[in-house]
Design a binder for this molecule. Sequence first.
Ligand SMILES: [Zn+2]
Ligand SMILES: [Zn+2]
Length: 267
Amino acid sequence: MAIEDFGGGFGHAGLVQRARAMDKSGMNAASVLLRVARDFALPARCPGCGVVVEGDDRFCLECWSALEFLSRDGCDLCNMPMGGVEGMTCGRCLAQAPSHDGVRAAVGYCDIARGVALKLKYSGRPAMARLIAAQLVRHFDPAPGDLLIPVPLHRWRIWSRGYNQSVLIARALAGRAGGDLAIDALIRTKRTPLLRGLGAVERAKMMRGAFAVRKDARASLAGRHIWLVDDVYTSGATANACAKALKRAGATRVTILCWARVLRADD
Ligand SMILES: [Zn+2]
Ligand SMILES: [Zn+2]
């Protein structure tokens, strides 16, 4: 994919579209207008390093070159790169198979990928969700009947932050590539602390029973392939807990779609 693929119209129609897209993501009208006005007044900047770039939603060449774009030739379950060998399962997944059926990540986790994820998480910039969706499109090939479901946040976290970053990505992806969204089908029933710094076993323990499918959504998930949208895939604890809940509700397959996948244990 060429850098130009990050296009992003900036005429009046583009602004109206952007305002509408933001409105759909649950922000109030005043903040939408303020954000559109700010975006219009300021030049486009690289989401990685902040230098001025030619168009909206684009990386500068340096950041683009530094990103590690992942293909599907890693482990067929967790997507960990395996030196170009295809159709193999890594040792970790062989030892303990994940509850999900595969991970498709746009990039390897690095400072730039982390910066994009944080901007989406804490500044609520829809441009970040569009940029992530643009990179996830090549990994997303839904069949009729498949559903896109974002990893939910606990309602307390939504109240404090105002939105769920995974919902923004899922909406941007559905807007770009199509696919049916089921935003509220999966809910977070347990408030969990931040998992950073914890090992895989502790993370899995912490996430056990943290998700559930709403009773009224069960029928719509039965027999479906779910594309579970998240921002960052670390140990897989969150994805596994979600996949378990979705499969208990009758989903047949759960594929994880995420912006960045942690590739090294120290990230
Ligand atoms: Zn840059
Ligand atoms: Zn694996």
